[in-house]
Write a new protein. Structure first.
Lengths: 320, 507
């Protein structure tokens, strides 16, 4: 019975966070100084009558509490309002960009997690070896480098080998295989950039966490039993050391949805990151509001998943 | 079966084991005694070549005639656990926290291709078979130690090395674990090399005894002989450090006669949720009196002490200090806390590693805003705690001090507030034998010179015999027996007190 209570507690906490995100999303864009219609139409010839019409169209002429109520009820229906720049429902625009982002950031996160954890384990197990020094040094450098700069550097270094703009060419044959190959080809540079930048984080967390476990008495027990060194590592050390890394990985998975604003912008990848950039330059308040709600919501949900998974992996933590 | 020839181990330039020669025949039981840093654990680890890479090992370690040092990795892995296994201190972290204990017991059997069942191994150590599915944190300290023993016997080794197998367990559980271990060693005719800082534990289990001091083997012989007629002064010191209950020479205290009460506990009860941790306790501590509160872990001693100090609110009952009920909050509680100071078991974790002795001791002065020259007050307290001259220690950090010196700093931190009652939770349990005696003597001297009363919380009946005027025995939240030390420890009336006394290992 108590276990059920704990689970409901976690779910309740996550639900509360989602509500806070929704409320924040509403007020954040209402406290921006200036009239949103004026700033959205800046640089375009508009008359006062047109602005008034826009205000009515977006419901901005209603009292604040009524606007809030409308916002909440439409949010529950999955309606995030209408984008000013795209002249289409925000939810539609976001959904359309979700696929490319999941492809790019998802692929690179999976590669970065795998590579980072593996490098971290190897580096820690042979601490201060040439491998450790090289891996730590290189990942730290890549981590410190600005993403856009690294992206442009890769573009220049690879020349015409890989396409550097967009997700597919217009003249590719419409069959699935050619399309997939084309997208894969376009994917190389942006995902390489992302992997290089985020891999270090996983590596360093895994490395320091394993270093802390290295002198644990249960590893001596395992060695005394006659286990090979790599079995001691795989069966005993890593399952304990990987636990702190799990939280980080899931937090990162939550951010996947936010896309990688700089990388997508540099490579004109048509995902959510680029959409964020466009919405900011607009500025398109309703689109920004929708993006905020969706990405923050994803982080909350992934956090919840991380906690639940932690409970499964670590018997000492009882979550469910 | 095991032979060590001129074993010497260096860590860098530091020599931790020097020229140790030792033999152990099949079926023989040998205890290896010594204080922390004497090199006894290093000897044990060297048998299966488990020392860290930084250790340089010279001499020969022959296991069934083969030199462990010269073995190939493959051969060494085959020998580990199959020829000799180790019972580590299981109460600590010697079991993998995220794997079921059954898997951990079965692991060496699969690895070495031996047949056997986890169920039978668990039965041997008197654990129910379903405990195989438990994780280490779900077991008590004694159960974890039994799992360690079951695991050590999994591959049918002929030699078992037990490294402090019962340290950190309370007396009753220690007695149970020791009886399981000795029974199995006798039944299966195993060789046993048992390492401990506690001579009485070794006396209970081993026929022979060897004593190490500063890396050297200083004495070896039959256990009774060595303890009765120690040739090396260190052996004598080790033997003397563990008080024999009933021996007037080990009764260091000069009992005071019925002083007027300083602290009175009346019908005190404390609940944790639905569990009652302290159940209707009545206890009196007189001015300048030393009272020992004894009992197993989980008996409620620590909860009682915390409630007495005003760190926890009682569910019912009250505490009266110097004729006035202890206030529940505000300035009055703070003033009361100044008069009652706490000394904890492990000085290394009680002291902030980044605070100098001066800061650590002066903290109480600062908290209570006590006027006067801070440094001279601190120096006086530090010298009271017998760290002389104080100037030498004020700027030291905890890691630069020995365990005994650290405990003196903790005591100085209490003394600086000029308390009238000291509550000491296992004040000597984590200290070496030789240091233990010094701290006990210090507490007695403070009573003599300052009239300081103490409540000593311990599971060690020997300590109670050494230091206390009166003893209160706690069991399942209740005080089942209390009275003068002689009365309770020599003529116990309650069954639980008798059980506790029976569990004490005898030298």
């Amino acid at each position: 019975m108590r276990l059920g209570v704990r689970l409901w507690g976690r779910l309740g906490g996550a639900a509360l966070s989602l509500v806070m995100v929704a409320v924040l999303g509403f007020f954040l864009f209402r406290v921006v100084p200036g009239d949103p219609v004026v700033s959205m139409t800046r640089g375009r010839p508009t008359t006062a009558a047109m602005q008034a019409e826009l205000r009515t169209q977006f419901g901005l002429d209603r009292p604040l509490h009524e606007q809030f109520w409308n916002y909440l009820t439409s949010l529950l229906r999955g309606d995030l309002g209408t984008s000013f720049t795209f002249r289409r429902p925000v939810s539609e625009v976001i959904l359309e960009r979700l696929g490319p982002t999941l492809l790019l950031v998802g692929t690179s996160t999976v590669i970065a997690v795998g590579l980072g954890l593996w490098l971290g384990v190897r580096a820690a197990w042979r601490r201060d070896s040439a491998f450790d020094r090289a891996a730590t040094g290189v990942s730290l450098t890549l981590w410190a480098v600005p993403t856009f700069w690294l992206g442009m550097l890769l573009m220049m270094a690879t020349g015409d080998l890989f396409p550097s703009r967009g997700m597919r060419d217009t003249d590719t044959a419409p069959d699935f295989v050619s399309q997939a190959l084309d997208v894969g080809h376009h994917l190389v540079l942006p995902s390489l950039t992302l992997v290089a930048v985020v891999c270090a984080e996983y590596m360093l967390v895994m490395r320091s966490s394993l270093l802390e476990e290295m002198h644990a008495p249960y590893l001596t027990t395992a060695r005394a039993k006659g286990l090979r060194d790599d079995l001691v590592r795989r069966r005993h050390a890593v399952p304990n050391a990987v636990l702190p890394a799990i939280t980080l990985v899931f937090l990162r998975f939550g951010l996947v949805v936010a896309g990688a604003i700089t990388t997508e912008t540099v490579f004109s990848w048509p995902g959510l990151g680029l959409l964020f950039y466009d919405a900011l330059t607009g500025p398109d308040y309703f689109l920004l509001q929708g993006l905020l709600v969706v990405t923050a919501g994803a982080v909350v949900v992934m956090n919840l998943l991380a906690e639940l998974l932690y409970g499964v992996l670590d018997p000492r933590v009882k979550v469910v | 079966m095991l032979e060590l020839r001129n074993l010497t181990v260096h860590y860098g330039h530091k020599r931790v084991v020097h020229d140790v020669n030792l033999t152990l025949a099949p079926g023989q039981t040998l205890g290896l005694a010594g204080e922390s840093g004497s090199g006894k654990s290093t000897v044990a680890m060297s048998v299966l070549r488990l020392l860290p890479r930084t250790a340089r090992v010279d001499g020969e370690i022959l296991l069934d005639g083969d030199d462990v040092q010269a073995m190939s990795w493959g051969r060494l892995r085959a020998v580990r656990w199959a020829a000799a296994s180790i019972v580590f201190q299981g109460a600590m972290h010697s079991l993998n926290p995220v794997r079921r204990v059954g898997d951990q017991i079965a692991e060496p059997m699969r690895l070495h291709g031996t047949t056997g069942s986890v169920r039978e191994l668990l039965e041997q150590v008197e654990l129910p078979a379903e405990k195989a599915r438990a994780y280490p944190h779900e077991l008590s300290g004694g159960q974890r130690q039994r799992v360690m023993i079951a695991m050590a016997l999994a591959c049918g080794p002929r030699l078992v090395i037990a490294d402090e197998p019962t340290t950190a367990l309370d007396v009753v559980v220690q007695a149970q674990v020791l009886s399981v271990l000795t029974r199995l060693v006798a039944e299966q005719d195993l060789g046993l090399l048992m390492i401990s800082h506690d001579l009485s534990v070794l006396a209970e289990t081993c026929a022979d005894l060897a004593v190490m001091y500063r890396g050297e083997l200083v004495e070896r012989g039959g256990t009774r002989e060595v303890i009765a007629n120690p040739r090396h002064p260190h052996t004598a010191a080790l033997a003397a450090a563990f008080p024999v209950i009933g021996d007037p020479a080990h009764r260091w205290v000069e009992p005071v006669a019925a002083p007027e009460p300083l602290l009175q506990v009346r019908g005190l009860a404390v609940d944790y949720g639905r569990a009652r941790a302290v159940d209707g306790v009545d206890l009196t501590i007189g001015r300048g009196e030393i009272v020992a509160l004894v009992g197993q872990s989980g008996s409620g001693k620590t909860t009682l002490a915390r409630t007495i100090m005003g760190l926890r609110k009682p569910s019912s009952g009250r505490v009266i200090f110097d004729g006035v009920p202890v206030p529940l909050g505000g300035k009055a509680l703070k003033a009361f806390r100044r008069q009652v100071q706490l000394v904890l078991q492990d000085p290394a974790s009680a002291l902030n590693p980044r605070h100098t002795v001066l800061d650590a001791v002066a903290e109480g002065l600062r908290v209570h805003g006590i006027p006067g020259d801070e440094e001279s007050l601190v120096s006086a307290a530090v010298e009271r705690a017998e760290l002389r001259p104080a100037d030498l220690y004020l700027e030291s950090l905890p890691h630069e001090l020995s365990g005994g010196q650290q405990q003196r700093v903790v005591i100085a931190g209490a003394l600086v507030l000029q308390p009238r009652l000291l509550v000491a939770d296992e004040p000597v349990a984590s200290l070496d034998a030789s240091v233990r005696g010094e701290i006990v003597a210090l507490l007695l001297r403070l009573r003599r010179e300052l009239g300081l009363a103490s409540l000593i919380i311990t599971h060690d009946l020997g300590l109670a015999w050494q230091i206390a005027d009166r003893v209160a025995v706690m069991h399942q939240g209740k005080i089942v027996e209390q009275g003068s030390v002689e009365q309770v420890l020599l003529n116990p009336t309650h069954d639980y007190t008798r059980a506790l006394l029976r569990a004490v290992p005898q030298v």
